[in-house]
Design a protein around this ligand. Structure first.
Ligand code: HMG
Length: 390
């Protein structure tokens, strides 16, 4: 039995920064961001939004439609953890009224862990047909102001309902894996911003991709051209372009490179280009973008996915898009939230970035910004207080 994704929904902040204004402020040519990196807008989280509010907001449309019955596993993937002990999943479990007879845990391995969550969820529902799992991935990508990585920030969350009724994507069994101990990007516990060896990290990504692809090919005998579409972890959209070019070259695929990119990759990058890096959620926002933007029907078509998490862990895997998938998408909701964002001035973005929340754990109340259905109201006695925003 093939398990997979029954529903997919994503959420991002109501605030964003047009990178054209950032380029002007930093004295950088706009084309470096727009063409060289492939990013146009980045999502900026207001102070009362975090991984919990974003993940709960991503999951709510799914639960409003499908209910909570049968969900006995919640896996929360993130590298923007808000607590060293308690899983962010339990806050979401409370906000969404999920069943008490449920396993809830948080997973970490840079941007990769949502993929492990998805694979584990698929195994769990296959072992217990009728059960369902909720996979959540949420992150805030933060680098230092003025750094080369600054335009590759962003924030967002994805929620996926996983079951043996994969109305969107049935997962194949094969997985190409590559793990290696390398310091390309990391965030020590005492830092709020990641440390990154930027250009080296792009090389490690491509090296990992090639190893994972080779492992996948050994299991399946498939060629890159067998896939109707290819989705890649996208810290910035040109990374996915570099990734696809690398595999086209490795497989000596004949024909026009630009044509292959346009057909197999472009549709998956539309959302990431205007949201930015969302770490664990990035690959799955690519999948949502592909499903929402595909100009020809993809029913029954094979797609590939490459998940990369610095440090590093890569997995190349695949699935088949279900017949009738367009009937169960949240396309108009996704588009409406992106169209209804408040664009910040650079100074406002910097003020939000530099806002330091007291770390003594005592009473703090957040000003109310625009958020989704949930917000972080404050902190009291070391406890984060969440509330409905509407
Ligand atoms: P940079 O210093 O801006 O790099 O850093 P650059 O000067 O080489 O410019 C970037 C590109 O813009 C180049 O193209 C330039 O030629 C081009 P490329 O050679 O790459 O094809 N360019 C222009 N194009 C058109 N018009 C112009 C122009 N000027 C220059 N006028 C870097 C870029 C991505 C390194 C930086 O933003 C960074 O450090 N980002 C963060 C790290 C990152 O995203 N790494 C990706 C791989 S690691 C990963 O994916 C994992 C991650 O998601 C974390 C996790 O796993 O948790 C990050």
């Amino acid at each position: 039995m093939n398990a997979g994704i029954e529903r997919i929904s994503f959420y991002t902040s109501r605030y964003a920064l047009d990178l054209k204004t950032l380029a002007e402020a930093r004295g950088v040519e706009w084309d470096k961001y727009r063409v060289g990196i492939g990013q146009e807008i980045m999502a900026v989280p207001p102070p009362d939004e975090d991984i919990v509010t974003m993940a709960a907001s991503a999951a709510k449309p799914i639960l409003d439609e499908c209910g909570t019955e049968g969900i006995n596993l919640v896996l929360f993937a993130t590298e923007s953890s808000i607590d060293q002990s308690k899983s962010a999943g339990l806050f979401v479990h409370g906000l969404l009224g999920l069943p008490a007879r449920c396993r809830v845990v948080e997973l970490k391995q840079a941007c990769y862990s949502a993929t492990l969550a998805l694979r584990m969820a698929a195994l769990a529902v296959n072992a217990n047909p009728g059960s369902k799992a909720l996979v959540l991935a949420a992150d805030v990508a933060r680098y230092e102001i003025g750094s080369a990585a600054e335009p590759t920030q962003g924030c967002g969350a994805v929620a996926m309902l996983v079951s043996t009724n994969p109305a969107i994507l049935a997962l194949d069994d094969a997985s190409g894996l590559h793990a290696e101990d390398v310091m390309d990007f990391w965030r020590p516990n005492y830092r709020d911003e990641a440390v990154v060896e930027g250009k080296a990290s792009t090389r490690v990504y491509l090296h990992t991709l090639q190893h994972a692809w080779q492992h996948y090919k050994e299991q399946t005998g498939r060629a890159l051209t067998d896939f109707a579409r290819c989705c890649y972890h996208s810290p910035f959209t040109n990374m996915a372009v570099k990734a696809h070019k690398t595999l086209l070259k490795a497989d000596a695929v004949a024909g026009d490179e630009a044509g292959h990119l346009q057909r197999q990759v472009d549709e998956s990058l539309r959302y990431n280009r205007i949201v930015g890096n969302t770490y664990t959620a990035s690959l799955y926002i690519c999948l949502a973008s592909l499903l929402d933007h595909a100009t020809e029907p993809l029913d029954g078509q094979p797609v590939s996915l490459f998940s990369y998490g610095s440090g590093c862990m890569g997995e190349f895997f695949s699935g088949r898009i279900a017949s009738g998938y367009r009937d169960v998408l949240y396309t108009s909701r996704h588009r409406a939230q992106l169209a209804d964002r408040t664009l910040l001035e650079v100074q406002q973005y910097e003020d939000i970035f530099n806002l330091t929340i007291p770390r003594d754990g005592w009473d703090y109340t957040f000003s109310q910004y625009r958020t989704g259905p949930f917000r972080l109201a404050g902190i009291s006695a070391h406890k984060r207080r969440y509330e409905r925003a509407d």
